[in-house]
Design a protein around this ligand. Structure first.
Ligand SMILES: [Zn+2]
Length: 361
């Protein structure tokens, strides 16, 4: 136990913990694509992934960070401030810059921050030490999870079980890119631009339509039904657990290829055009589904542009258009009701035995 301080040791082991590689995730193509489109263009607006436990949602989100080039951050900044973006610096960096002290630079991995279900608002947003602020006249702000998530991903497992006020707060911060904390006239503010990824098991708690509408993309994941792929999932997991370093080395060329493709797509995205006819098709789709406001159309158009960019094209086609979240939710509702009807119908019969390989829900 003697020697280096404990916090150094734990920080090192956390950084060194191997992550299951994204390209080794079998199936779940819709979910993987939705996550990748958010890497290509953060403005796509996050992903809501619905489905049962054990379908690889958390693994996929954690593995995303490995696909992104490291961030260049202001040295020592608690908010991962981008030193070349002087308009969105935190107060500390802004003060350092104003006083003529340089910001310095350091490379950091893209943060993927997990927000645990029981987290308090203080833990999420950070807290102001009012006593110290009044006594010493300094901004005594203790950063929270939103600070760590700046310029990365914020992942909430079972977002439908999170308290409503916390969800609303997160969605507001995600939309504005700033987190502001106020306590009795003392306030603190910092940049908080993150891509929000939520997972939800709709059978465990209701998904509010307002929540669903605020995510850029929604995908449903289901337990893999193909037997060959089920075998491959187990094989991959077992060989990763046995020797993570060797498994990751074997995957490295595929991971690098995907990394390069994402970098190319991200730089192509800004120039991707949506023809008027496709915009019209998007508007009709959102109108038909009764999506309020125009955010739905804008989000659908952005996701379509990100998909075109990912596929190396400069113009969106009708095939790039993915339905807005509301349509996905409607589809899931119908599928769930269908499954419940089938279950009821099969009670008393022996139909359950076919459920694995008949390819039907
Ligand atoms: Zn900063």
């Amino acid at each position: 136990m003697a020697g280096r301080p404990a916090h150094k040791r734990s920080a090192k082991s956390a950084a060194a913990r191997p992550v299951f590689p994204f390209t080794a995730i079998v199936g779940q193509e819709e979910m993987k694509l939705a996550l990748l489109l958010n890497v290509v263009a953060p403005s796509v607006g996050g992903v809501l992934v619905t489905g049962h436990r054990g379908t690889g949602k958390t693994t996929a989100v954690r593995s995303l960070a490995e696909l992104l080039p490291p961030l260049t951050s202001a040295r020592g900044c608690a908010y991962n401030c981008d030193p070349s973006d002087e308009d969105s610096l935190c107060d500390d960096c802004a003060a350092r810059l104003a006083s003529g002290v340089g910001l310095g630079r350091e490379r950091r991995p893209v943060p993927v921050v997990e927000l645990p279900l029981g987290a308090t608002e203080d833990r999420v947003c950070g807290t102001i030490d009012l006593g110290r602020a009044l006594r010493e006249g300094v901004k005594a702000f203790e950063p929270g999870l939103l600070a760590r998530a700046n310029r990365g991903f914020l992942y909430i497992d079972e977002v439908n079980l999170l308290e409503d006020h916390l969800v609303d707060l997160l969605l507001d911060v995600a939309a504005t890119g700033r987190n502001r904390v106020e306590r009795e006239g003392v306030s603190a503010e910092h940049p908080a631009r993150f891509r929000l990824v939520g997972s939800a098991n709709p059978e465990e708690g209701e998904l509010r339509p307002q929540l669903v509408d605020r995510f850029g993309l929604c995908v449903a994941v289901e337990t893999e039904r193909d037997l060959e792929r089920r075998v491959l999932i187990v094989e991959n997991r077992e060989s990763f657990d046995e020797d993570p370093a060797a498994f990751n080395t074997a995957r490295e060329s595929e991971q690098s290829r995907l990394r390069r493709r994402l970098v190319r797509a991200a730089s192509r995205f800004a120039g991707v055009k949506v023809p008027r006819a496709v915009l019209r098709q998007i508007a009709e789709l959102c109108h038909r589904l009764g999506v309020d406001g125009h955010r739905g159309e804008i989000t659908v158009a952005r996701a379509a542009r990100a998909l075109a960019a990912f596929e190396g094209r400069d113009v969106v086609t009708a095939g790039d258009v993915r339905p807005p979240c509301r349509a996905e939710r409607g589809r899931q509702g119908r599928a769930r009701r269908g499954r419940e009807d089938a279950r009821r119908a099969s009670l008393g019969g022996r139909a359950q035995t076919r459920s694995i390989d008949d390819g039907q829900p």
